[in-house]
Write a protein that binds this ligand. Structure first.
Ligand code: FAD
Length: 172
């Protein structure tokens, strides 16, 4: 029973790691040929950090991000407007992390390759459609750069983690 995941972003990679942790085989199909650390700094809130800690990623988060202790707003003249504690300082059981989005994605990608194997994290696989089968689902992929077919894969189910412009959501 393999779960097919379309999209190797923060959502798809975290899902793949969680499935692997509970013994469910998963395969990630990412549209681009190479995942590069793009983006800006983001704040990963305690409820999300909890999931990452349960995946055993606390040390990697500490090595790559900053534990956020406080959120503070200032006027353009530097006068404080508002501040409040965050993460552990706010009473949560888990810290909040400020981290570059690309760094987080790379951390998840490296861990996914390490745990699931490179064969299960496929790039240049852009989901174009799927059909339901007696056993689950058959998904079709192209290499978006060339427009050529990249293969058809069978799985128990297909999860769309293909972002805000989701091709799967559009079809549904
Ligand atoms: C400026 C900015 C600031 C933000 N700040 C925060 C913050 O502080 N805290 C926070 O929690 N969130 C923040 N977010 C939101 C956060 O970045 C997103 O919620 C998160 O990245 C979504 O992850 P995702 O995996 O769902 O989608 P994405 O990260 O978009 O990943 C989708 C992946 O699917 C791939 N893909 C697309 N189509 C296909 C297809 N047909 N087949 C296969 N693969 C496909 C894409 O190439 C991509 O790699 C911010 C977002 C922005 C833009």
């Amino acid at each position: 029973m393999t779960v097919l995941i379309a999209g190797g972003g923060i959502g798809g990679l975290t899902l793949a790691l969680s499935l692997h942790q509970i013994g469910i085989p998963a395969k990630v199909f990412e549209s681009v040929s190479e995942l590069r650390p793009l983006g800006v700094g983001i704040n990963v809130l305690p409820h999300a950090v909890r999931e990452l800690i349960e995946l055993g990623l606390m040390d990697k988060l500490d090595a790559s991000g900053v534990r956020t202790r406080e959120l503070a707003y200032f006027s353009k003249h530097g006068k404080p407007i508002w501040n409040e504690p965050r993460g552990l300082e706010a009473g949560y059981k888990w810290p909040q992390f400020s981290i570059h989005r690309g760094t987080l994605q790379q951390l998840l990608l490296d861990t996914a390759i390490e745990r699931l194997g490179r064969d299960n994290i496929l790039t240049s696989h852009h989901l174009t459609g799927w059909t339901e089968t007696a056993e689950g689902v058959r998904a079709d992929f192209i290499d978006k750069a060339t427009g050529e077919a990249a293969g058809t894969y069978d799985g128990a189910l297909l999860i769309a983690a293909d972002g805000i412009h989701s091709a799967a959501r559009e079809k549904l």
